[in-house]
Design a protein around this ligand. Structure first.
Ligand code: LLP
Length: 421
């Protein structure tokens, strides 16, 4: 459930008409609903209460790393899952305690590992044996011990888009699950390392709980095996991945369904369970507000050319993702159209032959479910401005990320001396 609803014929974010935001900030602009973020955070946490008392939720900030969003989630007691020094800096800047931060990522550099140790990051999710050796040495040099878990690859097909599937053995993530016991034996004795458990994350936008449950079952067997070999396993990180509805008629497992499955799958594990949800918290908490520039005649259908483009919302171009498109002031009439942005590529197309609210030049509309993997994946391709972000909270709103203009970007570039005239 989200807080984007029509009131008096105008689509609102909570109590703010989107027309007011367009007028003040311009378009394209991402608009987030604080109430929706809070609601999702609470629903997800409550769903996991069934799984036991020791639960740590580290929001995968890659989904939406705006520091206002992070502050809001920190206030809900959420930690952060980060995958770069940049994300770590954001989480810390937003006031998330270092101890509540999990550092994931398949290519953490030595520099990043050192900085994370210096910051006191709460857990390192190791992606290969050698990373454990390096981390142990860096920690020992500092006279500290790094809390870590080993990410295993369970070789389970998550049944999601190939580009966001991570749990097959041919993917780059984690270590083959059958090799984990040997690695534990070799890493567990290292000074500087507290290898305390395992992690898993098999993919994103999962529409079915069965692959997750199968993967968790394998983790359960591994935990038993590791304990049998004398290793103290106190933490298991079950990752993220829960999908969200993008289409009005999509039916996905709810957080409650997920919580019940987790309780079933992890019964008797006696560990602190950790989670890294991203999309399920952020997806439906944001929309991309855009203006129609032209309605251009096309061969089969007209092209609705909007001022948002693939550089602002990359998911349709990258994954053929569906984002619902609705008018801010719908007349009730419908039209069948293609929806595209101004970027000079045919891939800059949001939809083909879709039946949508009828719109005309100058009208406002939104792409829904754009709160996750939206602004964070934006670029400035075609020298378009970096898209701004607005946070609505009740009847207030604030710009929480500026529109970064081409002029600002040009100011960060330089013509070398030898090319100057
Ligand atoms: N933990 C790890 C280790 C991850 O790699 C990810 C996402 C998450 C947690 C959060 O997953 P979520 O709960 O959001 O599914 N850009 C793509 C999604 C990429 C996901 C990458 N990893 C998209 O727009 O669909």
């Amino acid at each position: 459930m989200d807080h984007f609803h029509e009131q008096g014929g105008i689509l609102h974010a909570e109590n703010v008409p989107l027309t007011a935001i367009a007028e003040e900030v311009g378009t394209p602009v991402y608009v987030y609903s604080a109430a929706t973020f809070r609601r999702h955070a609470r629903v997800f946490r409550e769903a996991l209460a069934a799984a036991g008392p020791r639960v740590h939720i580290a929001y995968a900030i890659k989904a939406n790393p705006n520091i206002a969003v992070l502050r809001l989630l920190a206030d809900e007691g959420y930690g952060a899952d980060v995958v770069s020094a940049g994300e770590m800096a954001r989480a810390l800047a937003a006031g998330i305690p270092a101890a509540h931060i999990v550092f994931s990522g398949v290519g953490k550099t030595r520099d990043e590992l050192g900085r994370a140790l210096d910051a006191g990051i709460g857990q390192f999710n190791l992606e290969l044996e050698e990373e454990g050796v390096v981390l142990a040495a860096l920690a020992a040099e500092r006279g500290i011990v790094a809390p870590a878990v080993l990410r295993v690859n369970p070789d389970v097909d998550a049944g999601t888009h190939a580009k966001i599937s991570t749990g097959r053995k041919e993917n780059k993530f984690g270590v083959p699950i059958d090799q984990a016991p040997g690695m534990f034996d070799r890493l567990a004795g290292l000074e500087g390392l507290d290898l305390r458990g395992v992690a898993i994350h098999i993919g994103s936008q999962l529409a079915d709980l069965a692959p997750l449950e199968a993967a968790y079952a394998r983790v359960g067997e591994l935990v038993g095996e590791l304990r049998g070999a004398g290793h103290a396993i106190t933490h298991v990180d079950l990752g993220g991945g829960l999908g969200v509805p993008y289409r009005p008629d999509d039916v996905l497992p709810s957080p409650a369904d997920y919580g019940a499955m987790v309780a079933r799958a992890t019964a008797g594990w006696d560990v602190t369970l950790m989670f890294e949800p991203g999309r399920v918290i952020a997806g439906n908490a944001g929309v991309l507000l855009t203006s129609v520039i032209w309605v251009k005649p096309g061969v089969t259908h007209p092209y609705v050319i909007v001022d948002a483009a693939m550089n602002d919302l990359a998911r349709p171009a990258l994954y053929d993702a569906f984002h619902d498109f609705v008018a801010v002031k719908p007349s009730g009439a419908r039209m069948t159209a293609n929806i595209a942005g101004p970027v000079c590529e045919s891939g800059d197309t949001f939809a083909m032959g879709r039946t949508i609210d009828a719109v005309a030049s100058g009208d406002l509309a939104v792409f829904r479910t754009a709160g996750a993997y939206g602004a964070t994946m934006a670029s400035t391709y075609n020298s378009r401005a970096l898209v701004p972000e607005v946070l609505v909270d009740g009847d207030r709103f604030a710009v929480v990320a500026d529109r970064v203009s081409a002029e600002t970007l040009i100011a960060a570039e330089r013509v070398p001396e030898w090319l100057k005239r």
